[in-house]
Design a protein around this ligand. Structure first.
Ligand SMILES: [Zn+2]
Ligand SMILES: [Zn+2]
Length: 583
């Protein structure tokens, strides 16, 4: 190797270290399972993986054994050696490695590049570290199923993931972040807090909202609707299916077909489940002649759409096959565009504020100079400068995704940064120069001429499902009071305190608070613990003293004890706290 590892940029060093660790892991697995068939083993962003075809499923106990063999190999400090052989030799060398043979056939030319260390050899372009001793701290994390070449029709292999960083400190920091992400995993919390479920056997990627999840969702949707009405949006409801002709006119059957489900036959006609709401909103716009005086028209819908996603990419609420967009379409005149875009951004900021997101990243996607595009160049320039100005006027830092726009218009994408620094796609504000043309949308201008309106698609939260998934992880399930499905649980110490507990609950319910009485035959401590596990913000404990005083002993889920408070004070406190804090 021409230069030493230390002189390389950090990224390049890590790449080589991670790739080398993958080879060392493959060697260790072969030692434990001599018949193992090897897939591929690349470095990844936080470490490495390798895919194996093994005689039995790996268990968590296997990982330390593999790690041990790896550490021995690292300690032996043998060199990585590059080699090149002919295809014919490679076929002999990998005669019992079916997956490698498949890869060999795809190599162009007759030379096959190899890397060896000790007795292990792999098909490989490199580069690697010079010696096994240069592999820094690592940890094997997990085993997951992975189809050979990502193809669902090919064999399912076992993929071992490892984390690898240059220093023990960096590794520990990463493992801590990983643990935190697992603690917050919305799929686990969704089960534990009884918010939602999936029923794979009746269709993967389809969410069932349980009563508690349903409450949180209803709270978000009520807030969403109220704020939309306040900002001059009109609420609409549109069908879930539409005839093929609609999707032909919209163009979805041409450019979006792979995301749509197969048609169903209705009276000899093809109907499709909607993947988007836009064509329906356009029909509402077109239901009568529109005057320039009516614009802007803002049509909003919590519209449930269905899109095909490969089963391998489905992930809890974050990637599903049926979801509800918090969708709206704005139809306006050229002189209104700037104000409308600014309105969208201000609206977005209100939502982020209300839901406790302090950090987000803005991306502006502009026209692809190479590709085809709908609309005129002037339209695009106007739209791009409008988006840019709206972002800049608000002092929002942004990145430009040059050429990243879809063919029908430029857009702004906004990604939320959650409590542990991960980015989530959320808001989109998207110009469309295609659909108004295809559906021949017009309005009557002041001079009596027919003009095309501008059309903007926008979603504030994106998908209600994904947003809730993000929200659960952001709060680690401990929703603020205004979003908590159960805001308070009343805990009677003994059966004789039950009537008072019921009276306390009634008072809270009358004030529109969400309250439950825990009347199970359990000890008080057990009830408090369960309420804490359920992340209920307030526990109101009632015993003899509270019955006499007419109040309740107040405990927070954090464990803080507020002592016995009069009922009026409790109600006033909870009511004040259950408004979203905005502005
Ligand atoms: Zn390699
Ligand atoms: Zn749309």
């Amino acid at each position: 190797m021409s230069h030493g590892l230390k002189e390389l940029p950090k990224e390049e060093r890590l790449y080589r270290m991670r790739h080398s660790a993958a080879h060392i892991m493959a060697e260790a697995v072969l030692k434990l399972f001599p018949g193992a068939k090897l897939g591929i083993g690349p470095p990844i962003e936080t470490g490495f993986y390798y895919d194996f075809d093994l005689p039995r499923p790996l268990t968590p106990e296997d990982l330390p054994r593999i790690e041990e063999l790896m550490r021995e190999r690292i300690a032996s400090d043998v060199p990585f050696v590059h080699d090149e052989i002919s295809k014919e030799e490679a076929r002999r060398l990998f005669a019992d490695q079916t997956y490698k043979l498949e890869l060999i056939e795809e190599i162009e030319g007759d030379t096959v590049s190899l890397y060896r260390h000790a007795d292990f050899v792999d098909l490989c372009q490199g580069p690697h570290v010079e010696r096994t001793g240069q592999v820094p701290p690592f940890k094997l994390l997990s085993v997951a199923g992975a189809y050979w070449r990502g193809d669902e029709r090919r064999p399912m292999l076992q993929r071992i993931y490892g984390a690898l960083f240059e220093t023990e400190e960096e590794l520990q920091e990463y493992l801590h972040r990983l643990e935190e992400a697992q603690r917050r995993d919305h799929r686990r919390l969704g089960r534990e807090l009884d918010l939602f479920s999936f029923h794979e056997e009746y269709g993967p990627g389809l969410v069932y909202w349980h009563p508690r999840g349903g409450r949180v969702r209803a709270i978000i949707e009520d807030f969403w609707r109220r704020e939309h009405f306040r900002r001059g949006y009109e609420l609409v409801y549109t069908p879930h299916i539409g005839r093929a002709t609609l999707w032909q006119t919209s163009g979805h059957l041409d450019f979006y077909a792979e995301n749509m489900y197969s048609p169903m036959d209705v009276d000899g006609q093809d109907y499709y489940l909607k993947p988007m709401n836009c064509p329906f909103h356009i029909q509402i716009y077109k239901s009568r002649v529109r005057s320039y005086r009516e614009l802007p028209i803002r049509l909003a819908e919590l519209g449930t759409v269905y899109r095909y996603e490969r089963s391998g990419v489905l992930h809890g609420l974050l990637r599903v096959r049926g979801f509800t967009q918090d969708d709206a379409h704005i139809f306006c005149r050229p002189d209104q565009v700037q104000a409308e875009i600014e309105g969208c951004l201000d609206f977005m900021l209100l939502f982020f504020d209300a839901f406790g997101f302090r950090e987000f990243r803005v991306y502006l996607a502009t026209r692809d100079a190479e590709g085809k595009y709908a609309g005129s160049l002037e339209d695009w320039q106007m739209a791009e400068s409008t988006l840019r100005r709206a972002v800049e006027d608000r002092g929002l830092p942004y990145q430009v995704d040059e050429g990243g726009a879809v063919f029908y218009g430029p857009k702004i994408d906004v990604k939320l940064v959650d409590a542990i620094g991960r980015e989530w796609q959320c808001t989109t504000v998207q110009f469309d120069f295609n659909l108004p043309e295809r559906f021949d949308m017009t309005y009557v201008a002041a001079d009596g001429s027919r003009q095309r309106p501008y059309m903007v698609h926008r979603a504030m939260l994106g998908s209600i499902e994904r947003f809730l998934g993000v929200l659960i992880e952001h709060y680690a399930g401990a929703f603020p009071l205004w979003l908590a499905p159960v805001q308070a649980v009343v805990i009677p110490i003994a059966d004789r305190h039950l009537p008072h507990a019921e009276a306390v609950a009634r008072r809270l319910r009358d004030a529109d608070l969400r309250v439950e009485v825990d009347d199970r035959q359990e000890r008080m401590q057990a009830k408090i613990r369960d309420a804490q596990l359920q992340k209920v913000p307030y526990m109101l404990i009632v015993g003899d003293r509270e019955v006499q005083a007419g109040g309740a002993a107040v405990r927070l889920r954090s464990g803080e004890d507020l002592g016995t408070l009069p009922l009026d004070e409790i109600v006033a406190r909870l009511v004040a706290e259950s408004r979203p804090t905005v502005g």
